[in-house]
Ligand binder design. Sequence first.
Ligand SMILES: *Cc1c(COP(=O)(O)O)cnc(C)c1O
Length: 426
Amino acid sequence: MTESTQILSSRELMDLENKHGAHNYHPLPVVLDRGEGVYVWDVEGKRYYDFLSAYSAVNQGHCHPRIVKSLQEQAEKITLTSRAFYNSNLGLYDQYITEYFGFDKVLPMNTGAEAVETAIKICRKWAQEAKGYPQERTKIVVAENNFHGRTTTIISFSNDEEARSGFGPYTPGFERIPYNDIAALEAALEDDHVAGFLVEPIQGEAGVVTPDADYLRRVRDLCKAKDVLFIADEIQTGIARTGSLLAVCGNCSCEGNCERQADTYVRPDILILGKALSGGAYPVSAVLADDEVMHVIKPGTHGSTFGGNPLGVAVAMSALEVVRDEKLAQNARRLGELFREKMNEYIDRSKVVSLVRGRGLLNAIVINDSPESDTAWNICLRLRDHGLLAKPTHGNIIRFAPPLVMTEEQLLDCVAIIQRTLQEFE
Ligand SMILES: *Cc1c(COP(=O)(O)O)cnc(C)c1O
């Protein structure tokens, strides 16, 4: 950072972004300059609890010392080789992450959307090679109100008009069915050209929508029966966020070292990870699958200049070690239960909040006002004034997703801030 930017005020810095940057976001007016653990500081030095965690990319907390150390050390050694050559980190990472999540193979990418695109390509090619589907008729089933990223193909099967409208023509080959609706999936799978079902185990962007307890298991069973691929997008829900290593782990009681217990684990055929895979220090995403699926990928069929680069994989390895060593899944589960318990006590006597929902530390409250109202936005502004940062998703829903390194004392402090703020709107 140069001397001149340090003396600019928040107002001036926001003006610069607005003047020179495309307006593809509507940020809460706060300019962050520094982060450590559960805290971030703005350019004026005011401290906040981060209750968004960069959409769950910073599960390990801001600037985790172990992750920063591996970033620094690797940055001084070698950062990018491209996959034209082998690099001395990738094999070790491939071995580490496949053992960690229990799949034969990994395909490393950078952003979440790229990993989703990769999974779509793998799924289509698998269906055409293994099942002989004709290319023009191969179909992937997706859920209503999904969020899988921003590329042209991904927005083609979104039903968010803001994300979609004006960006056509759209990629064909997708069918949307209601989320959390087994009968709809059963009907969709009647079509014998379905290659896979792509779904978020909990719909984060849609407002932390949690399906029925047996939904994922029934999805998996249906997919298995029809020999179509169950593809789990755990970019937001994965890496300990929901109180287990993955949301598809369910209520397993493992010590952060996913033991994939048969009675709780709903194993997808393709697992998509991103966000917290790097603890927010670098864009790292991954697609995991077993050999019988991943073997469709051959030299020349897919790639990325940065995918699997030595810097990214060094960061990802330490980010995953932190999750395990610090037992972040267990902490998320315990604090999540406490958070919902405290919020429910408040909601019982609240007119402003109608419910709290979520799993682990991926939660949301629903504000008792229309999605078009600005109540949730105003509450987030007031939370900011009181030292806590969160953002509305879909109008009247506020997502609460702090870093998972939070202590119980900090969480209770946050609950007090949230309740005091909501009180001002009663
Ligand atoms: C954030 C997100 C993505 C997209 O990830 P990017 O890194 O922003 O491309 C995809 N799926 C889900 C569920 C996400 O939350």
